[in-house]
Design a binder for this molecule. Sequence first.
Ligand code: SAM
Length: 288
Amino acid sequence: MKDSAPADQNAAELQPPGLYIVATPIGNLGDLSPRAARVLASVTVIACEDTRVTARLLQHIGAKTPMLPYHDHNADTVRPRLIARMGSDAIALVSDAGTPLISDPGYKLVRDARAAGITVVTIPGPCAAVAALTLAGLPTDRFLFAGFLPVKAGAKAAAIAEIAGLRASLVFYESAGRTAATLAALAEGLGDRPAAVAREISKRFEETVDGCLSALAARYAETPPRGEVVIVVGPPPPATAPDATTLDDALRAALGGASLSAAASEVAVALSLPRKAVYARALELRGG
Ligand code: SAM
């Protein structure tokens, strides 16, 4: 295990060599943290998805740091060169918006930097997934960030089926044009759960609409949303307890081929019931 020590200084001095993961605004430039601005102004070079987008951010903070494109199409070629430079240079990674690596390039750069013993520092900040979760009014104690679902209907349904049983809120990125179809697929695959669509977060037309998945699907089929969209879906409702006959039938079947303890464990897991209660009922059945 290697430690990455946070190390940023003031803009006048160059940052020490290493990789700096810098989160940038998802709409409102005021959300760029002072520390992020300071680091962007004082690294040797900024690896970015689109130099035109990052140039606007640099203009906003009055910095003239050189930029170097790093995106899905050139990453395999550019990555080894960046890693080689990190031994002597401070290199920042930004994406077009939000936190790099979150549905954006960067994971392999961090992996290879760590493997090469390079210091990796993160400058945390905006992330649409977490921002949407805070807006949705749905449980936040457990959530799964599922990124973008596949576009094709079959693959999308399969990806949804894979996570349908999770007892957690689900967070999806989606393009505006596919929002209605994805909401309908989610309603089909998950049941009509409570959900929210957070749109244009931190921008002028920010809006969060909540409702059940089928109602949201109908709303956005009629009036497609504009701008950028995150879909948050609540966890499945708690399973209803099986009735007494179901429990007894399951226990009798299990007791036929196993010890009382093993039968109780097997049935408790199968019916999602507390093992203690199932064991007590198994004892009664065996006694009777
Ligand atoms: N790395 C970014 C982050 O930290 O959120 C996400 C990049 S991903 C390529 C772009 C997707 O993020 C969009 O399609 C949308 O789902 C979501 N997104 C980005 N900005 C948003 C905003 N201001 N409001 C709502 N969703 C946004």
